[in-house]
Write a protein that binds this ligand. Structure first.
Ligand code: GLY
Length: 300
């Protein structure tokens, strides 16, 4: 392909199951990403996700949900581009922008750092300690406590009692958390024809300590290659079983039109599972979800 002819594009989302009234944050993030596009697709996608982490209305970074103990915040994030950059963090605590730590991991000999090691790496890389339990997270936490005490499953297909049975927090059991599994993400195509994906999440609630979903797992929550980039949102336990991001990427790489590939991706899941997908290919971009999903697409 004549790289001179490539039109840059960026698509971002604020999580399947989120409110489209919060779409203004996605628009701002996409514009910030486009501002960074001269530095390449990876810089653009990373800048957009960092902005979504800072927004506070999405389940990532400063808006991350509280874990079941009502205190811990564990976050996951990842970045990948079609030139071979790949970095991720899982269950990282006390950082403001997990996606920037994931970007820093991409410069190390490893692709994924988790837990205490990820946090210690963040300090060495210059990220200062940061803990922020937002009012939104505290309110949702209180609501989830109530739901866990009821008979209706807080997570589709999972008995509420499982979280009590396998309780693994240091603090004694005191149900309180946020109900949700939203994620933020961005995919970008730059003027050189390179692609990148970035994503970040505060994880799902309710969940046990140390739980990792799809967001930092290559091919599940994100994928970027020579034919495009894909980022997804939804319940990680379901997404990883379908390797959703790579599955959609392969459909796009084989020439399937964008709308069809995204629709096929959603159709892999039962309706009660929240799923959203964003993608860019050589000639198209798109976003699709089976719930409301704040999103934005920007091209120059
Ligand atoms: N998709 C976010 C998660 O399952 O953690």
């Amino acid at each position: 392909m004549d790289h001179q002819a490539v039109r840059p594009a960026i698509v971002v989302h604020g999580g399947a199951g989120g409110s489209r009234s919060e779409e203004d944050g996605c628009v701002s993030a996409a514009r910030l990403g486009m501002d960074a596009m001269p530095q390449g697709a990876l810089a653009a996608a990373t800048a957009a996700v960092a902005a979504l982490e800072d927004d506070g209305r999405y389940n990532a970074g400063s808006g991350s949900v509280l874990c079941l103990d009502g205190r811990t915040i564990e976050m996951d994030a990842a970045v990948m581009d079609s030139k071979g950059m790949l970095g991720a963090v899982a269950c990282i605590q006390r950082v403001k922008n997990p996606v920037l730590v994931a970007r820093a991991v991409a410069a190390t000999p490893h692709w994924l750092l988790a837990g205490e090691g990820a946090e210690r790496f963040a300090r060495i890389a210059g990220f200062v300690p940061h803990y922020h339990a937002s009012e939104r997270a505290k309110k949702k936490h209180a609501e989830l406590v109530k739901r866990l005490g009821g008979t209706s499953p807080a997570t589709p297909g999972v008995a509420n009692a499982a979280f009590s049975q396998y309780w693994n927090y240091a603090l004694p059991q005191a149900f309180a958390t946020d109900d949700g599994c939203d994620t933020v993400g961005a995919v970008a195509r730059d003027a050189e024809g390179n692609f990148a994906a970035a994503c970040s999440t505060g994880g799902s609630a309710p969940s046990l300590l140390g739980r990792v979903g799809d967001t930092p797992i290559i091919g599940s929550g994100f994928y970027a290659g020579p034919e495009g980039a894909v980022a997804v949102t939804g319940i990680g336990e379901h997404i990883v079983r379908r390797l959703l991001a790579h599955t959609v990427y392969q459909w796009l790489a084989s020439g399937m039109p964008m709308d069809e590939a995204l629709a096929h991706g959603l159709a892999l899941f039962p309706q009660e599972i929240d799923i959203g997908i964003i993608a860019v290919s050589r000639s198209e971009s798109g976003a699709r979800s089976n719930r409301d999903m704040p999103r934005a697409e920007v091209s120059p």
